[in-house]
Write a protein that binds this ligand. Sequence first.
Ligand code: IPM
Ligand code: MN
Length: 359
Amino acid sequence: MGGAKRVVAIPGEDAAAEAFSATMVLLENFSLDIDWSYPPVGAAAIQMHGEAFPAQARAAIDESDAALFGATSGASAGALFYLRWGRQTFANVRPTRFTQGVGSPLASPEGIDLVIVRENLEDLYVLSEGAIQDLAPLGLWSTTWQKPVVDLGPGAYALKVITDRGCERVARFAFDLARRRKAQGRAGKVTCATKHNLLFRTDGLFREVAERVAGEYQDIEFEVLIIDDFANRLVGRPQQFDVVLLPNLYGDVLSDAAAALAGGLGLAASGCYGSDYAYFEPVHGTAPDLERQRVNPTATILCAAMMLEYLEFGEPAQQLVAAVERVYAGGTSLTADQGGTASTDEFRDAVAAAMRSGG
Ligand code: IPM
Ligand code: MN
């Protein structure tokens, strides 16, 4: 990628937009060679173009190298779906790292430094649901009920779909990430967790493919856990994990749990990577219940850092992360979720000051 990088900015709804603008102000300090575009999506797009995700927004994404996304309450869901399924961003990377000064429910959160790699496109997220009676022609059998599924009575079903290709690409992504992390001094370990003891075919496939890929990465330690055991260990002693490879829905649920261990959702960043595109979005939602001017923008700021890294602006990315860490270590300009009284903008200004004073 030569020349300026092109980035689409989608602030999202409610308090997400506040965190987004704080992040943009911080990015301006770096004078990066980035062409930003702000295609209207959601409510603004409905006003201008009569639809929430107009062709203009889609074209802007297609012409860009990456996107920074606030969070959606639903109004920008069309954009989110396109950024995931349209751009095939199959690996959702969600780091949890304990930073001195952040709140944790654990007595000893020091040393937590794990990354969940969540498969991002398959599983129940193929979003194929229907009425149970529609399954009648298929004659599907329930192994546990020992009768045809249609005989369970009126109700609804959802399909869980796991493909060979989907497993393989996300597993490789996880092992490559573990290798890069090992080169930086981490353990070099991938933990894959599924319900393969019950869902032999779907989760069984996910695990089997992960195991096969593991064979090609002899330098990386590999372990398989059952997903409920993983949940227990995640809360009990998260320091044992490095890279964690999970199917989509478990990854969704457990990345929120992991976030709670080191500062909560206010700090949880995430990036969704495909083979030729990536977009970055906090793990949290739009927090419509929170006062907009007092939300913690850290997750969005850390998303921006992940994005800078992806766009090969490694140094500013590190400066941004280091500045955020200094603010937490200082402990004086924290937002309400971290026990402080700072507004979103006061926190932002503290990060900017830390950037100026730090090396
Ligand atoms: C997330 C969110 C989304 C998901 C929703 C908004 C569809 O919870 O990014 O974690 O379930 O993937
Ligand atoms: Mn989620």
